[in-house]
Ligand binder design. Structure first.
Ligand SMILES: [Zn+2]
Length: 131
């Protein structure tokens, strides 16, 4: 089993990423060495503010992994949503909900509803047949 190691730059031949050939870049040393190739390095970009990604990040992306800055942004969104949820829950718990409908208003609203909707739902009368 390879022992992966982060290096600021490859140190052994061929001193480049085995996939893209990038040199003098941060790499993951796979710990694997092949006689024909030499050390097998994969380039990477540990600087989360750098939008350029290395082969390692691209492979991780294929697996559905997100870069650290995206992960942190997601955690921030969740933290803000949780805080807003707590604030709204507190606001709701402290709210005084006024009772705006009394029995008379409710009866009047119900009658108005029936008048409007029941009248509209009645089928039209058929005209009387001529005698
Ligand atoms: Zn590469």
């Amino acid at each position: 089993m390879p022992q992966f190691q982060f290096l600021n730059r490859p140190v052994f031949s061929p001193t480049s990423c085995v996939l893209c050939g990038a040199t003098d870049v941060p790499v993951i040393d796979t710990g694997v060495r092949r006689d024909v190739i030499g050390h097998i390095y994969l380039c990477c970009q540990p600087d989360i503010t750098n939008p350029n990604t290395g082969c390692f990040e691209q492979m991780a992306h294929v697996l559905g992994w997100v870069p650290p800055h995206v992960h942190q942004e997601t955690l921030d969104v969740i933290a803000n949503a949780n805080e807003e949820n707590e604030n709204l829950a507190t606001e709701l718990a402290n709210a005084e909900v006024p009772l705006v409908i009394n029995e008379g208003d409710l009866k009047h609203a119900f009658e108005a509803f029936l008048s409007e909707h029941v009248q509209a739902a009645k089928p039209a009368r058929k005209p009387r047949a001529a005698e």
